[in-house]
Design a binder for this molecule. Sequence first.
Ligand SMILES: [Fe+2]
Ligand SMILES: [Fe+2]
Length: 338
Amino acid sequence: MYTQAMDLMAKEGASAPTAKPVRSAQEMMLEQRFEARIDDGGFIEAKDWMPEHYRRTLLRQISQHAHSEIVGMLPEGNWITRAPTLKRKAILLAKVQDEGGHGLYLYAAAETLGQSRDQLLDALHSGKAKYSSIFNYPTLTWADIGVIGWLVDGAAIMNQVPLCRCSYAPYARAMIRICREESFHQRQGYDSLLVMMQHGTDAQREMVQDAVNRWWWPCLMMFGPPDGESVHSAQSMRWGIKRISNDDLRQKFVDATVEQAKVLGISLPDPELKWNAERGHYDFGAIDWDEFWRVVGGDGPCNRERLNARVKAWEDGAWVREAALAHQRKQQTQAQAA
Ligand SMILES: [Fe+2]
Ligand SMILES: [Fe+2]
């Protein structure tokens, strides 16, 4: 089995991995160097030695993130042909295209950890890999598109800004670029809702409120299970992959969003939501974690539809991939002949 340690030892001319005591001493030294760099707040590059567990943790996280970007194109892509004006259609097209780009940066970052694009996509299509459960909810009206920008991209920003300082440098670099675009996504959603709330009809205002009512709780679930139940959290915090806990990020999101909801003139669907002067934060009601685990487990409103759409896109695009490879082979042959 390939490991980063074996690769590095081969380059440095160290003894073969069969010489077990030597190898473990070597590995201990490499691990100490790795830990020291993490403790100093340094970055790990693709070619640096890393513990296998660190590599696998990042591969899981970055590939899930990449899958979320491209599955996230589906609920909004569904509304491109029905956007109410040319301006909104152009904005939505650009946004959905950005999400495709985010997927590409992240697949490229995941590939640096030793898995091919085909392997990563195969894990998505076979249902082995997860993506963010928020995209298993349907987009029923045009207001859902504004609410996705405001709340879903807003929650994504809260989650993703700390990743710009993630200890794995290729991931951190991808996130810096992604976060800039996410802030445009959040603003376009909020702007679209503001126009409907301030200049729209009663029916449009009701449509916005209804969309907020449906998306609010699933958005709070986007930060993941409570800290006490989050399996990978503690190790990821130690490794500098994760910088802020699930519950702290969720609280930050609630605090920021309540104020934005006031400006919009909509209410958030939680009777227990109120300012707590002692804590300096908003208190909020209990999240239905049974629903969260049901959707993660595959039984959300749109899980099957989303996966089928991805598999169909992959199959329909086979000829494009084959043509690109044939073109590349032709170019190589011509270059060799010249
Ligand atoms: Fe994105
Ligand atoms: Fe986005």
